[in-house]
Design a protein around this ligand. Structure first.
Ligand SMILES: [Zn+2]
Length: 116
């Protein structure tokens, strides 16, 4: 019996897997296979003046608040994203340009490397 792709797709039990794009290689991957790099919200006073910029860090639990960018659980992709300034660009969209210090990248590279 011939089963075409469409019928098969319907027959197969389909779970909706949330997909996200890796900022390093640009591939769409299931969210669970990616690591979130998050920028914590800036702390502001009542007038909205920024007192302290939110820190950028690796979110291995997926629970940190703030804006996130996804990369593969791979040091190569993290480095590629760093080189292309993907994180700075994504996080700068919120307002003032964001500069991510080398030590933050270094820490993220260590964490991503240690994890897998
Ligand atoms: Zn990737």
């Amino acid at each position: 019996m011939k089963v075409n792709g469409r019928e098969r797709g319907v027959l197969m039990r389909q779970k909706k897997i949330p997909m996200r794009m890796c900022a390093g290689c640009g591939e769409m991957k299931p969210k669970k296979d990616l690591v979130r790099v998050v920028k914590a919200p800036d702390s502001k006073d009542e007038s909205g003046k920024v007192l302290e910029k939110g820190a950028v860090s690796l979110d291995l639990t997926g629970r940190k608040p703030g804006r996130g960018v996804y990369v593969c659980r791979s040091i190569e992709c993290l480095k590629a994203a760093r080189k292309a300034k993907k994180f700075e660009r994504a996080f700068s969209g919120q307002g003032a340009p964001v500069k991510i210090p080398d030590e933050v990248y270094q820490k993220m590279e260590e964490e991503i490397g240690a994890d897998g």
